[in-house]
Design a binder for this molecule. Sequence first.
Ligand code: HEM
Length: 128
Amino acid sequence: MSEQFPNIDMDSPERIAEFVAAFYQRLLADERLAPIFVEVAGIDIREHFPRIQAYWEKLLLGSSDYQRHTMNIHRDLHGKQALTAEDFQRWLQYFHDTADAHFAGPKTERAKMIASRIAANMEKALHS
Ligand code: HEM
């Protein structure tokens, strides 16, 4: 195994927190997506990050801390500014790029698979 790219999986709360930080570094540097988070939703990172972490801990580690209705939250967001096919494409590309840049292993593969599936379902639901 290469020392430069250790085989670190997204298999603990600490690693999920690292993933979320790296993912949002990309999202918030994107000229199209950043304003959706910052201006349209006006997120407070101190509240938003723990929610995103809890969401992925639930999906990857089976924890039950996240109990919010993600679809309704995106439906509200979509009502303020339409989330386009290109927005979804970019969001998902950053998710995959972040995962591949820092992590590898079964949980990482699972995270990418789940993200792809949920993004496709969400996009379809918002545009139907
Ligand atoms: C076009 C793609 C997407 C954009 C632009 C986007 C943007 C956002 C924004 C702005 C928020 C904050 C909403 C608020 O606090 O009012 C949010 C929350 C969230 N998003 Fe997304 N999102 C996208 C796709 C997804 C997908 C595909 C997933 C799941 C795989 C996801 C998971 C979440 C979660 C878990 C939250 C936290 C909701 C909460 O407060 O409990 N997002 N998203």
